[in-house]
Design a protein around this ligand. Sequence first.
Ligand code: GDP
Length: 135
Amino acid sequence: MEKTLFIIKPDAVKRNRIGRILSMVEEAGLKIIRLSLMHLSREQACEFYAMHRGKEFYEKLVDYMSSAPCVVCVLEGNDAVKLLRSICGATDPTLAAPGTIRSEFGINITMNSVHASDSSESAKREVKFFFPEVE
Ligand code: GDP
């Protein structure tokens, strides 16, 4: 079993899409083992996305992620990192495959509704970042 971090971003929370998005996650066979509605501070968003520091979209990204509440979850399942990335779809919702979460709910590349860890190393760091007690 593998764990991964999943975030429902402010655009989707504001538009009452939490339930529909979590249904897609559960239907894919992933188990929700932690779930919390959190309003990230700007500092938390900066640290969470530290690998993007210096990129042209970084400030916009951290402003956006700290602008309103998110739903932060730890998901568990076989090949969870890869499975979750596949159901989320491409970063840019206009390029995301039909039926993926970002294709269904994303507004643009910033307001793309969800975050999913991109590797097992990132998943370990990201799970620990929000839920330090999770093994
Ligand atoms: P992800 O793993 O698919 O979320 O993509 P990345 O790790 O590359 O980027 C993190 C987040 O930064 C993405 O989900 C987008 O919200 C945002 N982002 C990435 N690339 C761009 C870009 O070129 N422009 C803008 N405005 N935002 C971006």
